[in-house]
Unconditional design. Structure first.
Length: 184
């Protein structure tokens, strides 16, 4: 199965976790490649990066090397829409993601989408939980968890301004964690 590579390593500040890659992203070779996806616009309007980042493979390397931001997915199977995923996909993907996070121990696991984090919790801990965007009570090993709305164009419930707000909240959360001023 052709999919996107993980951008994972030790000592990452943040690992960005999407639900699953789109065929558009797999074909382009980088995360959030759909031109209607709002990730790159929200990222560039937020305080997560200092300079404008142009979507592409070079941007992935820049975020990984300069900003210590990694990328992966809950499920590695590409589909045009997340609702094409089945329980078996989550039963395989969620424990694999958990193992990656426990191995690499980034400071923050950044889940894109309430559904992404809910599916993670259901298929790793067997718990159906209520989730709101922002910092979460549960950690994955030493990794703190932060949820932002999914930037997919299918998620019209949240505006671009909402995404920027939560990305900026992630910056504040990252700073509190870095200085041992955690919210928990």
């Amino acid at each position: 199965m052709k999919t996107l590579p993980d951008y994972l390593d030790h000592n990452l500040r943040i690992v960005s976790i999407g639900l699953n890659p789109s065929p558009v992203s797999v074909e382009a070779g980088y995360y959030f490649a759909n031109p209607r996806n709002r990730f790159w616009d929200a990222l560039n309007r937020s305080r997560l990066v200092d300079d404008k980042v142009t979507p592409g493979e070079e941007a992935m390397q820049l975020l990984f090397n300069q900003y210590q931001v990694g990328f992966t997915d809950l499920v590695k199977k590409p589909t045009p829409m997340g609702n094409a995923l089945r329980a078996v996909d989550f039963r395989e993907g969620a424990p694999a993601l958990r193992n990656k996070l426990l191995h690499y121990q980034p400071a923050i696991a950044w889940f894109h989408g309430i559904t992404t984090y809910k599916k993670y919790m259901k298929y790793t801990e067997g718990r159906d939980i209520q989730v709101k965007p922002g910092p979460q009570k549960n950690a994955i090993g030493k990794t703190q968890v932060f949820v932002t709305p999914n930037p997919s164009p299918a998620n019209a419930k949240f505006s671009l301004d909402d995404l920027v707000h939560y990305y900026n909240e992630l910056v504040g959360f990252r700073m509190r964690e870095a200085f041992g001023l955690g919210t928990h």
